[in-house]
Design a binder for this molecule. Structure first.
Ligand SMILES: C[S@@+](CC[C@H](N)C(=O)[O-])C[C@H]1O[C@@H](n2cnc3c(N)ncnc32)[C@H](O)[C@@H]1O
Length: 364
């Protein structure tokens, strides 16, 4: 039985790059190279930990996949496109990633770019251009934000376990750097939690966005091992910090936030502990780590995103603590009304992290 939402097959727009086709198809896009299936992609993947299911008001269809867990009771998947058995990893709807792209771009911390630029300027072999690995790229929003902010030719290697999203990322990839140099991309399907230093041979930079909180401690340590082993800097952005400020305040805010955070930590995923654990992992391996806040600031201009986020956030809280259901339904209904009226303001705290490992291979 297919559980794909009908509107997932509709064309969507992404960034300024124009129409994203509804269906993935290998070979489309000039500079796209779909790699052969790797052994790692056959393995069970981790669930995504983005906000919550089917919505506290019981309107499961009204939350975009990826904005919250959906599907079978107790299952943490964000969406299942097909029934392919218990090992199928969760999927994130491109519509959800598109909806959040503007808020993500506004939230990202440009303060971390200067130290990154300095490191990149000192790389050996810089003449060949930068090679950037974007892990868990989704539809590619990190590249659309970062590539035009860095000088020089760039080759982006976009990693995700979802070929559907990889296709979107490839066709809507950035084309030029800050100084007009060429930007090319290729896609790699696989499990980024199994990255090795070898896989990063020749890499100038690793990036990820909204990924760390859906990893386990072990996976974050594997990532730190790979980056430090390769001497490769890492810009790991938009990890949830576990704090949300809503205005006007409601007595249930704290309880919902707590239940949501517990939901994120299910099955050993890092959730709101992602930044602390990842910082420690890099620091223990000799890297210098810098952190900067990167909150979403949602107001009357972002009602569509706020609505989806609210449904997912409250839905996850109720999935975690079913006894909240009745109060959460009232809460969600009031919050959605305030959102529609333009009177709700939400600050959803995230952190961006820049890790600068000790250079290897004679870098200054
Ligand atoms: C919340 S989305 C973020 C997507 C994108 N980076 C962005 O900021 O819009 C998380 C992405 O990571 C991917 N992902 C999660 N865990 C993964 C894993 N272990 N291996 C590969 N991809 C993974 C998902 O398929 C999804 O595209």
């Amino acid at each position: 039985m297919s559980t794909v939402r009908k509107d997932e097959t509709a064309p969507v727009r992404s960034g300024s790059q124009g129409l994203i086709p509804a269906q993935p198809g290998p070979g489309e896009g000039e500079s796209v190279r779909e790699t052969a299936r790797t052994r790692s992609e056959e393995a069970p993947a981790q669930d995504g930990g983005e906000p919550g299911t089917g919505a506290a008001d019981g309107t499961a269809g009204s939350v975009i996949a990826g904005a919250g867990p959906v599907g079978r009771p107790g299952e943490r998947a964000t969406v299942r496109l097909r029934d392919e058995g218990p090992q199928e990893p969760p999927r994130y709807a491109p519509e959800w990633l598109q909806l959040r792209e503007g808020a993500d771009a506004a939230a990202r911390a440009p303060e971390l770019l200067d130290p990154l630029r300095i490191r990149l300027a000192n790389l050996p072999n810089r003449t060949g251009g930068l090679v950037v690995h974007d892990l868990g790229c989704g539809t590619g929003s990190m590249g659309r934000w970062l590539a035009p902010r860095l000088d020089g030719a760039q080759h982006w290697i976009l990693h995700d376990r979802d070929p559907y999203l990889l296709h979107f990322a490839a066709v809507a990839s950035p084309r030029s750097a800050a100084d007009g140099s060429r930007v090319t991309v290729e896609t790699r399907r696989g499990d980024v939690a199994r990255l090795t230093p070898d896989a990063l041979a020749g890499a100038s930079l690793v990036t990820a966005s909204a990924l760390l909180d859906v990893l386990t401690r072990e996976e974050a340590e594997t990532l730190a091992d790979a980056c430090t082993g390769a001497g490769c800097p890492a810009l790991l952005t938009l990890s949830v910090a576990g704090r949300v400020d809503l205005t006007p305040a409601d007595p249930l805010d704290a309880e919902i936030a707590e239940a949501f955070n517990a939901h994120q930590r299910r099955d050993g995923l890092l959730g709101p502990d992602a930044v602390t654990v990842t910082c420690e992992a890099f620091a223990e391996r000799g890297a210098t780590v810098r952190l900067h806040p990167s909150p979403w600031r949602l107001g009357p201009e972002q009602t569509a995103l706020t609505e989806q986020w609210l449904r997912g956030w409250v839905g996850a809280a109720v999935e975690e603590r079913p006894e909240l259901r009745d109060r959460a339904e009232r809460y969600l209904s009031d919050r959605l009304a305030a959102c529609a009226a333009g009177t709700l303001h939400v600050t959803l705290h995230h952190s961006d992290l820049l890790a600068l490992p000790r250079p290897t291979g004679g870098t200054p």
